[in-house]
Design a protein around this ligand. Structure first.
Ligand code: PHE
Length: 338
């Protein structure tokens, strides 16, 4: 009994608990007394060997000790938990005004980023956003665009054909046809989307993206001047302070047609590798809609203009990327640089 009391000095255990300076130490103390082989656990186990009177007396003492321990233990535990929490809060400062990392992630892929910037420009001018199917037929992709069978200009667009005369659209221009067939003029739309050609090298991939624009209104209401103005303004929005030039060109679905160049912003027009030492970068094709296209969709007494551009090309030029393939290799190390 004397020995028991010596071991079960409640004041002493209180001191031991008070001296604990961490949750770990406190837990060791609990194990020392109440773990599987703990001092008190053992004493509870020894009770069965004692005679009934003594058993009762010691059991009472043990239970008293136990409840005192538990009380002190839980008070101390709460205190220590609070201290540790304060320490964590002090060390792990969270600054909610620092949103750089999330911002960086939300910029997204250079192609989407460039596409969204282009869409934003035309949406601000109230252009509708249209879409069309990736698998097209000869009528929408070629014939209605004044590209009849055996027309030599079909060679410009190396086409992937399916067995049933369907094909993967080679440009977004068939969406012009679909929109005009589905709606009455006036029309003011852009349509972004994937396009496909049998081509693969440093600057061409079999799948790429274009954005097409089409404006149609009563005859005389839209003309080449409008087209020129809007494209110049658009290219300055996209590239900043550059020069824009229109070069006469040919597309079967526009007449007159033009290709548009911007002054090379890598060398300020002086000539470098990117612009093949010409000082100019070709960025899009455009023109006044050919009357044959209007005939094909049953429109009369209208005029309009159209333009089309490759998103990868514009992304390469705005994000300064020299190898087109890096867009499609899903290498985060490369993509995160943009
Ligand atoms: N469809 C043409 C191309 O893919 C681009 C274009 C669109 C040209 C509209 C003129 C008008 O090259």
């Amino acid at each position: 009994m004397a020995e028991m009391q010596q071991n079960l000095d409640i004041a002493q255990i209180e001191q031991e608990i008070l001296r604990c300076s961490s949750l770990g130490e406190l837990e060791s103390l609990r194990i020392k007394y109440f773990g599987k082989k703990g001092l008190i656990t053992q004493k509870f186990a020894e009770l069965k060997d004692l005679d009934p009177n003594k058993k009762k007396e010691i059991a009472k003492e043990l239970n008293l000790f136990k409840s005192s321990f538990e009380e002190n233990f839980s008070i101390k535990k709460e205190k220590l938990e609070n201290i540790e929490l304060q320490q964590v809060l002090l060390n792990e400062k969270i600054d909610p005004s620092l949103f750089y990392a999330t911002n960086e992630r939300s910029l997204g892929h250079p192609i989407n980023y460039t596409k969204d910037r282009i869409i934003e420009y035309f949406r601000n001018l109230n252009f509708d956003l249209c879409v069309g199917p990736l698998i097209e037929d000869d009528f929408h992709n070629f014939q209605a665009l004044n590209l009849p069978e055996y027309h030599p200009a079909r060679d410009m667009q190396d086409t992937f054909y399916f067995k049933d005369f369907k094909l993967l659209r080679t440009h977004t221009s068939p969406v012009q046809i679909r929109t005009m067939l589905a709606q009455k003029p006036p029309i003011k739309m852009i349509c972004p989307g994937a396009t496909f050609r049998r081509d693969y090298d440093l600057t061409h991939t079999p799948m790429f993206h274009q954005i097409e624009g089409l404006v149609v209104d009563e005859i005389g209401k839209v003309n080449f001047t409008h087209l020129k103005f809007i494209l110049e303004d658009f290219l300055k929005y996209l590239f900043g302070d550059i020069k824009v030039r229109f070069r006469a060109s040919f597309f079967p679905f526009t007449e007159p047609s033009a290709e548009v160049d911007i002054s090379c912003h890598f060398c300020n027009g002086e000539g470098c590798r990117v612009c093949s030492h010409t000082g100019w970068l070709e960025v899009l094709g455009c023109g006044v809609v050919d009357s044959r296209v209007f005939e094909a969709v049953g429109y009369s007494n209208v005029s309009g203009y159209a333009f089309g551009m490759g998103i990868e090309r514009l992304a390469m030029l705005t994000c300064q990327i020299s190898d087109l393939r890096s867009f499609f290799e899903t290498d985060l190390g490369v993509l995160e640089q943009f």
